[in-house]
Design a protein around this ligand. Structure first.
Ligand SMILES: Cc1cc2nc3c(=O)[nH]c(=O)nc-3n(C[C@H](O)[C@H](O)[C@H](O)COP(=O)(O)O)c2cc1C
Length: 348
């Protein structure tokens, strides 16, 4: 199950309804659940009051209930550890108790928002990622995922459009701008030890600009991702809107490897792919209010059978229907449902 923000945790504390939501997926044969983004202990780590914290006794008690229920139902799960950086949330008037923070106080190129992080802020943020990771392990989660995608904090360091720093966390190359993420990964690895799997989610696209590609070539992708694998990432979760789209068609054609396929080939790490599995429309159709219909899995099966990537994440299909995996396994395709934006308003 792909990580999906649901904003059903008042005061940042996930309750019994959130635990039941994840338990239902575990009971219906979802192999691995990644939680909604849940934020580290920084004052402006979130931009929505109902996004869960991953720190503090009340929120962590809530998460303990989540993982205990998921385990009791036979599932496995990791929290997605998040800091939103300078991204605003137009859906709420709530403001965090401190200004938004990012590498250079930019939301996008030429779009100032929030403050540029000081050395001290960066050090504290890296430590906060590590302590969230230690809590994930202590509570009994099976893994954790660092959210390094979609234009949020870690991705704002990767992107030259939002990282204008002249210190060791900035630079002209992607490898230099990956240093912040690498330091986060190293401190997380030190916090959880050698045997706890660390996932890192990355994307070429940014919510600020869907057309951005951090790595326009395989060489650039290697410079970006290999240091992160060397720093301690076990699994790269390569976010795409449509899993069947080739990453570098100019090299291996229209049916060539997707992002997760290239990331696996270039780094040797295990990878997860994602994007419109089982649905006719993509994520942005949903946010634009369009419904998506159940769609064939044939192209997915073909890619999985050629071992292009190791795991596939399913987002909206599972958000709308807790039994999606069981139905697919049993071949009950006639009972698969359409997905509409209305599903986002409730926790079923
Ligand atoms: C309501 C909603 C919330 C999401 N929240 C997150 C999130 O917190 N973290 C994240 O990495 N991706 C998030 N995503 C992206 C999904 O993880 C997934 O990559 C995307 O929906 C594409 O998969 P799908 O086509 O199977 O839905 C969200 C998507 C949706 C629909």
């Amino acid at each position: 199950m792909a990580p999906m923000t649901r904003s059903f945790s008042p005061e940042g504390v996930p309750g019994a309804d959130v635990a039941a939501y994840y338990r239902r997926r575990a009971a219906a044969q979802v192999g691995l659940i990644l939680s909604e983004g849940t934020v580290i202990d920084r004052p402006a780590a979130k931009n929505d009051p109902k996004v869960p914290f991953f720190h503090g006794e009340a929120a962590l008690d809530g998460w303990r209930r989540v993982i205990d229920e998921v385990h009791a139902a036979g599932g496995r799960m990791g929290p997605q550890i998040w800091h939103v950086g300078t991204v605003a949330n137009p859906q709420t008037t709530w403001v965090p108790p401190a200004p938004a923070e990012g590498p250079s106080g930019l939301l996008a190129p030429d779009t100032p928002r929030g403050v540029a992080m000081t050395d001290e802020a960066i050090t504290d943020t890296i430590a906060a990622f590590a302590s969230a990771a230690a809590e994930a392990k202590r509570l009994g989660f099976d893994t954790l995922e660092l959210h390094g995608a979609h234009g949020y904090l870690i991705d704002q360091f990767f992107w030259e459009g939002t990282n204008k720093r002249s210190d060791r966390f900035g630079g002209a190359t992607l490898q230099e701008r990956s240093r912040f993420a690498a330091e986060v990964v190293k401190s997380v690895r030190a916090a959880v030890g050698p045997d706890f799997p660390i996932l890192l989610r990355v994307s070429q696209w940014k919510q600020q600009d869907f057309k951005v590609r951090l790595a326009p070539t395989p060489a650039a992708m290697t410079d970006w991702l290999l240091p992160l694998v060397e720093a301690g990432v076990d699994v790269l979760h390569c976010s795409q809107r449509r899993f069947w789209e080739p990453e570098f068609p100019e090299i291996d054609g229209e049916n060539g490897l997707n992002f997760a396929g290239w990331a696996k080939k270039l780094t040797g790490a295990a990878t997860i792919s994602v994007g419109s599995v089982g649905l006719s429309g993509d994520l942005f159709d949903t946010f634009g209010g369009k419904s998506s219909q159940p769609a064939s899995l044939a192209k997915l099966v073909e890619r999985m059978e050629r071992d292009e990537f190791d795991l596939i994440a399913v987002g909206r299909a599972l958000l709308g229907d807790p039994d999606w995996v069981s139905k697919v396994r049993a071949g009950e395709t006639a009972s698969l449902r359409e997905f509409s934006a209305a599903a986002l308003g409730e926790l079923v």
